[in-house]
Design a protein around this ligand. Structure first.
Ligand SMILES: [Zn+2]
Length: 392
């Protein structure tokens, strides 16, 4: 069992020695004389929880900066899907590698992914040391969507990561997956204890088309099919009435707010006040690097907080709350026993460089990290008891 001792690191406003044994935090106030296989100098650094990215399409790093400044439907139909039809499996592997490197360097320890060729995603996760929930994706007519092949792979799969990977069924959206397949995937996920990962109420067009086709808005439609439940991870939920927010809260659906993608694609403004009033479970995501245009969840925290305030009330979505969405709430949504720095919890975390100019002065660490920092402030990343990134 490996061990790491991080000496003299700032935690909860005090200098501490943090001892990690195996995968978990053993002591947050170890003695100066404590011993460990690896000693890390934490001087001038603070320890914060790692970031849990609850919605992305990681290998879409390949399409970063491609088809910018277009609305969702045009962006998908004229740019993204035609581009993807030319990608080889080898290209996609490179996309996964690029994504895991970017996430590691920006403080992310977990990502909930919706993309193709799970086998390649597994390799990238295994090599990076990150955690992930990977999806079997249904997307009508997409050349890389192959449910049978993905399920065949999962049948013979043996976890090489010691529990860092879980799986979900991902019907892409109500407008890209026929009802019958959506229902089959929901049943399959529930029989196998998998999450159900879907885009929901992302654009006004989606809502209007659903009203035309089913006489109901998307959330009511999915609820009428029995899809909504505590195992559902619903990305976006931008166009949501108060009644719909109440349904999402009642069904304990995990909502993933993706502010950068919603703003860039002009999809709309997340209904923060409605969601909070209803008591919804909220987490944070970047969406793919083709719409956000990076996988930096710290940046998404800042945009989410700003977007909540832009209507005129600066008290909405304080830094501590958005930080909780990106850390504790994300880990909880995926049943990962982490998301806070506490003895006995899985040792995920970020070593923040307090000597970086963007972190000085430090009146409030969380505020600096949400509003001022960038990835240059990240000195190291811990995941599952291992130091998976150290800034050189
Ligand atoms: Zn998405």
């Amino acid at each position: 069992m490996g061990s790491i001792l991080i000496k003299n690191i700032q935690l909860d406003g005090q200098k501490r020695n943090v001892l990690i044994e195996g995968k978990r935090f053993r002591s947050l106030s170890a003695a100066d004389g404590a011993v460990a296989e690896t000693i890390v100098d934490g001087s001038g650094k603070a320890l914060l929880p790692g970031l849990y990215n609850a919605h992305t399409h990681s290998a879409m790093t390949l399409m970063r900066g491609y088809g910018d400044d277009t609305p969702l439907e045009m962006w998908l139909n004229q740019y993204i899907w035609p581009f993807e039809s030319h990608l080889t499996q080898n290209d996609i592997q490179k996309g996964y590698d690029l994504a895991t490197r970017e996430m590691t360097q920006t403080g992310t320890v977990f990502f909930n992914d919706m993309y193709f060729h799970i086998e390649d995603a597994v390799k990238a996760v295994e090599e990076s040391g990150l955690r992930a929930c990977l999806s079997v994706v249904a997307l009508n007519g997409h050349p890389h969507a192959n449910i049978e092949a993905e399920l065949d792979f999962l049948k013979q799969w043996r976890d090489p990561t010691g529990g860092r990977i879980s799986f979900a069924m991902a019907p892409h959206a109500i407008y890209t997956v026929p009802e019958e397949k959506l229902l089959w995937m929901t049943r399959f996920a529930r029989e196998h204890g998998m999450k159900i990962h879907i885009h929901l109420s992302e654009t006004r067009t989606e809502v209007e088309d659903c009203l035309k086709a089913h006489g109901m808005r998307p959330i009511a439609y999915l609820d009428s099919l029995g899809v909504l439940g505590p195992d559902v991870i619903a990305a976006h939920c931008v166009h949501v009435t108060q009644e719909e927010a109440d349904v999402l809260a009642e069904r304990q659906v995990t909502i993933v707010h993706c502010p950068c993608s919603n703003m860039k694609l002009g999809s709309g403004i997340f209904s923060y006040e409605r969601m909070i009033q209803a008591g919804c479970r909220i987490t944070l995501g970047t969406d793919g690097a083709s719409s956000s245009n990076n996988l930096d969840l710290r940046e998404a925290m800042k945009f989410a907080a700003m977007l909540a305030k832009v209507g005129g009330n600066p008290q909405l979505l304080p830094a501590k709350q958005v930080f909780d969405w990106a850390t504790r709430c994300g880990a909880e949504a995926f049943g990962i026993d982490a998301g806070i720095i506490a003895e006995g919890k899985l040792a995920d975390g970020i070593l923040v460089d307090l000597e970086n100019v963007k972190m000085q002065p430090c009146h409030n660490l969380i505020s600096n990290f949400v509003y001022s920092a960038d990835s240059s402030c990240i000195a190291g990343v811990l995941c599952d008891g291992k130091l998976i990134y150290q800034k050189s």
